[in-house]
Design a protein around this ligand. Sequence first.
Ligand SMILES: [Ca+2]
Length: 153
Amino acid sequence: MGPIPGIGPVDPIFEGSASVSIGGGTSLDLLDPNKDGKLRLDEVLHVTNNFRSPQNVLCMFDVGVNGMFGLSASITVLGASVSTDDLPFPTSFDFDLSAKDVFGALGVGCDLQETPILASTIDVDGGKALRIHAGAFAADRLYGDTDDSPIRQ
Ligand SMILES: [Ca+2]
């Protein structure tokens, strides 16, 4: 309030403000063990232990929800102010819950072995040969970085 002629500036008797904020979202992610952007049958077989643990298919999908709620208010009466910031408990919170968290709590093991498979044996002309999982066979590593492109400086 501005000054009143003959009296001067006057403080407001009552002043208040309040705001509420609510937000949230969902997410869906598909497990890509070697993070090459493609889901291969070998990766599905590995995650499910050759389908001996079919429940591990649940580990391939990561569904999540998150949200937040916040409340903020302040009141000033005759120069005395009270605000939600003065309260002894939080007035805002957020949460983030994923299917992996739920499955983990339920005992479904989603801790997958992520050791790269660096080489494998193959049959060649009636014998065995060692194939290094590099270059065109990099995807056979299943886990770890499969990008064999040259490092650019
Ligand atoms: Ca992949």
